[in-house]
Design a protein around this ligand. Sequence first.
Ligand SMILES: C[S@@+](CC[C@H](N)C(=O)[O-])C[C@H]1O[C@@H](n2cnc3c(N)ncnc32)[C@H](O)[C@@H]1O
Length: 117
Amino acid sequence: MPLVTRLREGLPVSSSSAPTAMARLLEVQPGQRVLEIGTGTGSNAALLAELVGPTGQVWTVEVEEELAEQARTRLQAAGYGARVEVVATDGWQGETPAAPYERLLATASVPGIPRRW
Ligand SMILES: C[S@@+](CC[C@H](N)C(=O)[O-])C[C@H]1O[C@@H](n2cnc3c(N)ncnc32)[C@H](O)[C@@H]1O
């Protein structure tokens, strides 16, 4: 089940996605450069880092600055600081941090697929 991790005015604004939904997004290979839109807790970014391994790199963007900072702290504490870069930005409107990538996945709701992705 998805777990709501952040409420604003009583409405959910961030959650840890259901593991069954996450599993379908984790089709990455060792050595790949991966961009995730929607860092949330950072747990999916940690899984991606395990899958791409020491020769790969993960960038993950989170529009909520406080959530980005919390995820960055957690990922560093868990030993993923070198392989995961957390960027506080709007993945829909903003520039992506280190294009090009071999995989891009969005765990945030987006109204379409921007050309720059
Ligand atoms: C379903 S949660 C992501 C779950 C996350 N992958 C994890 O492992 O916990 C979606 C996240 O996307 C963020 N988000 C929503 N719109 C966004 C955007 N345009 N750019 C970046 N992050 C966005 C939300 O703030 C929320 O934290």
